[in-house]
Design a protein around this ligand. Structure first.
Ligand code: NAD
Ligand code: TYD
Length: 377
């Protein structure tokens, strides 16, 4: 079947994996990647597919309603996978307005433009889909009841072996929203707008809430690529607070596979949580990263341990995120494909093998921004 699919934020981390998967897997689809190319957008992430005949790039701002109307009409879009967002919690603490503008007003402009176009067609919403990518952070924070971790009640391939849970509660699709950071508040607000377009106008929508992603092409302000790069340069590794916060990590290609499955087979107006039952305390994860990078660089074990530097905690730092993704596994048969150890090996190897990609991003403006952020901690 021919389809015209708009993927927003396709030049970013997760978006680039989704664009690559769709362009390669569906030669009959026209994939339009719409991205503003903020500091986080990088067309070098898509070098391998940019010449493909079913791929088009449009540089635009999702908050520009007129432009969204034009693009959706011009390309006769029938499916939207919406990833464009401001995505970094630390930036949202410094500049919440940009997050409200892009994540809330941008999502609303995209919804409105899609509504107007789809309602103008004879078949209306038939065969249409607005798929909104959200985060587990909208649910707030879970309590850390077990500081050492206990064997988890569920396992998946990603966590097989030694999955530990640091608390008894997990985020379910029915968990009440309770966002704390300006980032998560803006994502929660956008999720509500998406659902309101279904409930009010009958637009077919799906929302998914995923845990922390890791893998190639992630902007090096996020924990894993930042720390890999800092170890390579012998720079300090700023651990917020005591390093005891817990995150639930999923390999980005597994997220992209879930998005593909849900876009095609998910139930309209439904919500799915995506995660690999793979919780790690920050400090334990950091030790695994140090060990892996040192080994791959040929350094003796323990060589970079001294780089660990405890710094002032993030304001309002959420203690624990842990997703229960059994609904997605039971209803659509999705499972993460990688065990965490394999995922980390692949990820560290990729960053060390792609130093030019990293150096291009971290030179100039970003280096100055990062040094300023770090100095202020
Ligand atoms: P990212 O910051 O790497 O990429 C965001 C992309 O959106 C960039 O290419 C940027 O240029 C583009 N963009 C930003 N503002 C724009 C605007 N106004 N108009 C058009 N394009 C704009 O983010 P990511 O980590 O790939 O996250 C993608 C989505 O997934 C986000 O919606 C995020 O909330 C969600 N998410 C991320 C994670 C994670 O761990 N990274 C986890 C769950 C959900
Ligand atoms: P991050 O990658 O920013 O993702 P999120 O805040 O969306 O979960 O951070 C992951 C965890 O690592 C989070 O608990 C904050 C912590 N962290 C540090 O300790 N130091 C850092 O320099 C960064 C960027 C994050």
């Amino acid at each position: 079947m021919k389809r015209n699919i708009l993927i927003t934020g396709g030049a970013g981390f997760i978006g680039s994996h989704v664009v690559r998967l769709f362009v390669n897997k569906y030669p009959d689809y026209r994939i339009v990647n719409l991205d503003k190319l903020t500091y986080a957008g990088n067309l070098a992430n898509l070098k391998d597919i940019e010449e493909k005949p079913n791929y088009t790039f449009v540089r635009a701002d999702i908050a520009d309603l007129e432009e969204m109307r034009r693009v959706i009409r011009e390309y006769e879009i029938d499916g939207i996978i919406h990833l464009a967002a401001e995505s970094h919690v630390d930036r949202s603490i410094k500049d919440p307005f940009t997050f409200a503008r892009t994540n809330v007003m941008g999502t609303l402009a995209l919804l409105q433009a899609a509504k107007e176009y789809w309602e103008s067609l004879p078949e209306k919403y038939d065969g249409k889909m607005f798929y909104h990518i959200s985060t587990d952070e909208v649910y707030g924070a879970l309590e850390l009841t077990h500081t050492e971790g206990t064997p988890a009640p569920f396992t998946t391939k990603a966590s097989a072996g030694e999955h530990m849970a640091f608390g008894t509660e997990f985020f379910l699709e029915t968990t009440k929203y309770n966002p704390h950071s300006p980032y998560s508040a803006s994502k929660a607000s956008s999720d509500h707008f998406v659902r309101s377009y279904h409930d009010t106008y009958g637009m077919p929508v799906i929302v998914t809430n995923c845990s922390n992603n890791y893998g190639p092409y992630q902007f090096p302000e996020k924990l894993i690529p930042l720390f890999i790069n800092n170890i390579r340069h012998g720079k300090p590794l700023p651990v917020y607070g005591k390093g005891e916060n817990v995150r639930d990590w999923l390999f980005v290609e597994d997220h992209a596979r879930a998005i593909d499955l849900i876009f095609h087979e998910g139930k309209v107006a439904d919500t799915y949580n995506i995660g690999g039952f793979n919780e790690w305390k920050n400090i334990d994860l950091i030790k695994v990263i140090i060990k892996t990078v040192d080994r791959m660089l040929g350094n003796p074990e323990g060589h970079s341990d001294h780089l660990i530097t405890y710094v002032t905690d993030r304001l309002g730092h959420d203690m624990r995120y842990a997703i229960d993704s059994r609904k997605l596994q039971a209803e659509l048969g999705w499972e993460p494909s990688l065990q965490f150890e394999e995922g980390i090996e692949k990820t560290v190897r990729w960053y060390l093998d792609n130093q030019e990609w990293m150096d291009n991003i971290t030179s100039g403006d970003y280096e100055r921004y990062y040094d300023d952020m770090y100095k202020n901690r």
